[in-house]
Design a protein around this ligand. Structure first.
Ligand code: NDP
Ligand code: PYC
Length: 345
């Protein structure tokens, strides 16, 4: 694949993955991160763009930049990893991004999961502004099962409540399977992600019924009304609301991080990254009694397909990844120009 961008359509072009990583890394570095943090964050964001995860790809770069420029997050933070129990690792991200904290703790977490059969990683004092699947999928690539939750910022009205309290609080899960990429899902517990509301507003599109309410608490299809004084709703009514509550408990209360409603960024204009916590649970399925887990998960997939299912969660992303690996990552010309301007500071 050529590293030189080529014109793909009048308003978009393609860029090779390594070239996009280099560009994003330069942006992070020029806005005050350490080289290690820049490498982790650039790789994360470029991976989302490559996989067609539009709401958490390069769309997020202006938010990262304004956050770093505001002094809200420490781009040079060095996470402190603590080995607290046979199956428990704790990390203080020291007001840095969550992904470098995960990277720092990962070797110990995997070692513990493999020896004890299960291990927990509790990250606190951290900022997560990204898709969650990049945090779990690599564990499944190594034959492990992983589950992660992260809380965000108050913008979701709990089912039956009158005002927003929860974050959009995603849950991501990854499991290996015998004949294919890992089974992965990654979903916000709000009806749609906040990023997708922003994208709809930018495009002048409506959001689906049940997505959110306006500033008076009335149902609305207008994304601007949700963003400007309104709020999102949980997916699936009381069920999504219960899962969102669970995410607050696991990602914040259990880790020592902030609940989605507990931080105040008003003194940092431009700050966009939620200052919360994240939990990961990693399981070694080789401990399963008598059965090969990857074969069992393959059997489940086989039966789902036999039942008529055409699309597994993760299929769209993996197809987008394969296409990007063949043809390069499609990116709008204007978006690429915006990124190049961000490099300048
Ligand atoms: P979607 O609703 O688009 O997708 C959720 C999951 O369902 C994905 O795994 C997706 O797979 C799968 N899926 C979607 N449509 C179908 C279908 N028709 N059949 C089968 N599977 C399907 O994502 P969300 O809007 O809920 O979340 C978007 C992103 O926002 C996530 O990556 C999430 O981590 C991120 N986010 C991050 C937050 C943070 O605090 N850092 C907060 C909230 C959200 P596929 O990917 O293959 O389409
Ligand atoms: O899209 O809901 C979202 C989100 C919140 C924090 C990062 N992404």
């Amino acid at each position: 694949m050529s590293a030189t961008p080529v014109i793909a359509a009048s308003d978009s072009q393609t860029i090779a993955f390594p070239e996009l990583v280099t560009l994003l890394k330069q942006i992070f570095l020029n806005h005050g991160t350490s080289p290690d943090v820049a490498a982790v964050m650039a790789n994360n964001c470029a991976s989302a763009q490559r996989d067609g995860a539009q709401s958490h790809g390069v769309f997020r770069m202006p938010g990262y930049v304004s956050t770093l420029d505001s002094g809200w997050v420490d781009g040079k933070a060095v996470p402190i990893v603590e080995d607290v129990a046979s199956g428990f690792v704790r990390v203080d991200a020291c007001n840095g991004f969550a992904q470098p904290a995960l990277a720092a703790a990962r070797p110990l977490l995997v070692e513990k999961a493999r020896s004890a059969g299960i291990a927990v990683l509790a990250i606190r004092n951290s900022h997560h502004f990204a898709a969650l699947w990049p945090d779990v999928e690599p564990f499944a690539d190594e034959g492990l099962v992983a589950l992660s939750v992260v809380n965000s910022m108050t913008c979701v009205v709990p089912h039956g409540a009158d005002r927003p309290l929860f974050g959009t609080n995603p849950i991501a899960f990854a499991a290996p399977r015998a004949d294919g990429p890992p089974i992965v899902f990654d979903l916000a517990t709000s009806a749609i992600a906040h990023g997708d509301v922003q994208i709809a507003a930018r495009k002048g599109e409506r959001v689906p019924p049940g997505t959110g309410v306006d500033s008076l608490g009335q149902p609305t299809l207008d994304p601007r009304a949700i963003l400007e004084g309104g709020a999102l709703l949980p997916f699936g009514g009381h069920k999504g609301s219960a899962l969102s509550m669970m995410v607050e408990l696991l990602a914040a209360a259990l880790t020592g991080g902030n609940f989605s409603f507990e931080f105040d960024w008003s003194n940092h204009p431009g700050a966009k990254t939620p200052w919360t916590g994240q939990l990961l649970i990693v399981i070694d399925p080789s401990k399963t009694a008598g059965q090969n887990f990857a074969e069992r998960s393959q059997e489940l997939v086989r039966q789902m397909h036999a039942a008529g299912l055409r699309r597994l969660p993760g299929d769209r992303r993996h197809r987008a990844r394969a296409r990007a690996e063949e043809e390069g990552i499609v990116i709008e010309v204007a978006e690429l120009a915006r990124l190049r301007r961000l490099v300048q500071g």
